[in-house]
Ligand binder design. Structure first.
Ligand SMILES: [Zn+2]
Length: 133
C-alpha cells in the first residue's frame, strides 16, 4: 500500500501553504518534516500574542502541533535553546529571519519594542519609502 501523499499546496489553508512556500515543509523547532496531508502543521507566532505579536504572516512560522503546544508563549530564543537541550535540531536561520522581519515590519506591536528596536524600525521603514513620491 502506498503511503498517503501530502496534499498539494492549493488544497491547504492559504496561510499554511504560504508558509510552506516561504520556509519549506518542516517544523522550525524540531526540523521534522510535516507529513501526512500536513495535518500536523500549525502556524506558530514567533512573538506570542501576549508579547505583542500580531496575526500576520511576518510573525508566523511553521511548527508541528506538539512543539507549538509545548512552547506556549515562551520567548523565541529561550525556546530555541530549550529545544536544543532536548536534542532537537532548530532551524535557527528561519527563527532569526522571523524575529528580524517581525521587529522591522508588521509582526509585532511597536509598543513592545525597545527604544533601540523602535529606532531601527523607523530607519528600515524610511528606507522602504519610495523616494521623490
Ligand atoms: Zn516540532
Amino acid at each position: 500500500m502506498a503511503a498517503p501523499r501530502p496534499l498539494p499546496l492549493s488544497e491547504l489553508p492559504s496561510d499554511i501553504a504560504r508558509l510552506i512556500e516561504r520556509d519549506g515543509p518542516h517544523c522550525v523547532w524540531c526540523s521534522r518534516r510535516l507529513g501526512l496531508a500536513y495535518g500536523d502543521a500549525s502556524r506558530e507566532h514567533v512573538f506570542p500574542r501576549s508579547r505583542g505579536g500580531k496575526n500576520t504572516l511576518a510573525n508566523y512560522l511553521l511548527a508541528c502541533h506538539p512543539c507549538n503546544t509545548r512552547r506556549r508563549s515562551q520567548d523565541p530564543k529561550a525556546w530555541a535553546r530549550d529545544c536544543e537541550r532536548r536534542g532537537l535540531v532548530v532551524q535557527h536561520e528561519l527563527v532569526e529571519q522571523a524575529i528580524v522581519r517581525s521587529r522591522a515590519g508588521e509582526g509585532v506591536k511597536t509598543s513592545y519594542l525597545s527604544r533601540r528596536e523602535r529606532k531601527e524600525r523607523r530607519r528600515l521603514r524610511a528606507a522602504q519609502e519610495p523616494s521623490g513620491a
